[in-house]
Design a protein around this ligand. Sequence first.
Ligand code: HGY
Ligand code: MN
Ligand code: MN
Length: 415
Amino acid sequence: MATPKTNLTINPQRLWDTLMETAQFGGTPKGGIKRLTVSDEDKKVRDWFKAQCEALGCTVEVDEVGNMFATRPGKRKDLAPIAMGSHLDTQPTGGKFDGVLGVLGPLEALRTMVDMGYESNAPIMIVNWTNEEGSRFAPAMLCSGVYAGVFTPEFAYSREDRQGIKLGDELARIGYKGRHKAGAIKFGAMFELHIEQGPILEAEDKMIGVVTGVQGMRWYEVTVRGQESHTGATPMGLRKNALLGASRMIEAIHQVGMGHLPGVASVGLIENRPNSRNVVPGEVFFTVDLRHPDETVLDRMEAQYQAALPKIAAELHLELEEKRIWKSPAVKFAPELIKCVQQGADQAGFKSREMASGAGHDAAYIARVAPTTMIFVPCLGGISHNEAESTTLEECGAGAQVLLNAVLAHDATYA
Ligand code: HGY
Ligand code: MN
Ligand code: MN
């Protein structure tokens, strides 16, 4: 593969300062970020991002589900852009780096190219995907999924948060329901830079994860119904306790994960009603998240989970409602781009290792419509989806440098 005759070196301090600057949009007292998708905080960071890209000479386009595409022209207009993308929305108790590094790292790469007066062959694009987290509006990776044709825009618009607010209404309210059809703004390849969100790179003292794919993920919603009654006057044997049922189901789901390692099984969101200290709970809603690298094992996990719940409901005289709301199959990334990342890491002199992603990413859906791959950098203790999420200036800089090297290596194939 051609090694680009460039020694473009990113500015880690400028990247770090930019990460800290944008952390103000939804910043929390504990040092994290609460920037839920299509919230007012999300609008602020989107407006900031658009202005930064335009200042670099990019055109910024928005599609019908709010995905943002900032493009800097290259020498050749006939070539499809090379994209670098991730997300600016966060978890309710998110950190400063999940997703953000994958949008601001590319901004640093572009700033470096502009500083050095470097003109690429292909146009270079930065993408901000709407609602990657899926925390406020399920499922995750929703609008990269619309771009990839997995969901319709109407499905995305219809998704409601737990307060009954619709994503489509919020997109319009913040002014990011763009005029371009989802999927109409094309690119020829996408690289996504992201923190690992797990402990492997740190444990092995490696700086770069050369990501080969993303594991399979499935989300479910469960409602358990019993009967509200007085905690003092209702004998134990006559209760229909929805929370007791949910607790046994949650234990059973945990055992599904333990029985299929390295798979994982989690319950993250639970609503207990009426949630009063002296009322036997009559209804519980909770969510289930199953993941495994192998789809056939994930089928077995799903079967075991879906067999366990009715048994528990019957024992406790409860009603059960359960449905799968999302299935994102395991994905393999593009070998030719994985090679660019490996070359980019070697060129920069960083220790690296190949690995699959435990977390979901927009790249998982984009891989369906364009050659795609990812680059990981370590995070402290592997902690993420937590306000304590932390990386270093060096790690962020390393990721952005490898990203730039990889993009230029891919761009060199057009020379
Ligand atoms: O759920 C995920 O893996 C991602 O953080 N949205
Ligand atoms: Mn993310
Ligand atoms: Mn996340």
